[in-house]
Design a protein around this ligand. Structure first.
Ligand code: FMN
Length: 221
């Protein structure tokens, strides 16, 4: 059993180790076991109403990565070199009567029928009031949650010595159309939100970690 102090040190070390890695060592591949472990912490991430509004598309096909490169300015170094490259999709149209919402409440959370009815009622109200029953707001709400899974996966990777880079520098319409043409995405159900590359660094980061101090970002009352 690792003591709390050394656990804290290990976690802090991982946070300092993690940086937005621009280029990976193309010869070093993450083992299946390690990558499954990273994905598992994405899977176990929390989500509002437990709806898990995400899908992780792991793009290992070099030709598909090549297609994405011209429209993914923020991953010029990562796309060709990452051991694993993930496009994170967020769910569209998560209304109370959608197939996914019903599946989650019934088949995944195994809620009894009367509880499903009650939760669906709360959820319907939430979508109508907070999200104005608006498709775009619904998608943005789902998208925000995907960052929790992405963050967890990057931290997990860092804890086991694997580098990563979160990526939002891409032309969403073009990436979506490429994934649609490949038969990967059905835009009635999903939209593209972000990407994350994993691998092993080619070289150490050029700059020390730059962050504001805690007292600049925390307010106590
Ligand atoms: C949502 C998000 C999108 C980002 N998009 C890109 C990107 O497209 N390309 C890139 O190289 N880095 C990207 N970054 C990395 C940030 O630039 C980086 O995290 C930030 O400068 C802090 O540096 P550090 O992560 O190395 O500590 C992104 C980070 C986040 C959280």
């Amino acid at each position: 059993m690792i003591g709390t102090e050394s656990k804290k040190q290990e976690i802090l070390k991982a946070y300092l180790f993690r940086h937005a890695c621009k280029v990976f060592d193309p010869n070093k591949k993450i083992s299946d076991e390690d990558f499954d472990f990273i994905l598992e912490t994405g899977r176990l991430s929390p989500s509002s109403y437990g709806l898990e509004p995400w899908k992780f598309v792991v793009i290992q096909d070099a030709a598909l990565r090549e297609k994405l490169k011209p429209v993914t300015g923020g991953a010029q170094g990562q796309l060709p070199t990452a051991s694993h490259f993930v496009v994170i999709l967020a769910r569209q149209g998560l209304r109370h009567d959608s197939a996914h919402v019903i599946k989650m409440f019934k088949d995944i959370h195994h809620l009894p029928e009367e509880v499903v009815q009650r939760v669906c009622g709360f959820y319907k109200l939430f979508v109508e009031t907070e999200l104005e029953n608006n498709d775009r707001l619904l998608f943005e709400w789902a998208s925000k949650q995907t960052y929790i899974a992405m963050g967890n996966m990057m931290t997990t990777a860092a804890l086991i010595g694997i580098d990563s880079c979160p990526i939002e520098g891409f032309d969403n319409k073009q990436v979506t159309s490429i994934l649609q043409n490949e038969g990967i995405i059905n835009t009635n159900d999903f939209g593209v939100n972000c990407m994350v590359a994993f691998g092993y660094r080619q070289e150490d980061p050029k700059h020390p970690k730059a962050r504001q101090n805690l007292d600049e970002i925390v307010v106590w009352r």
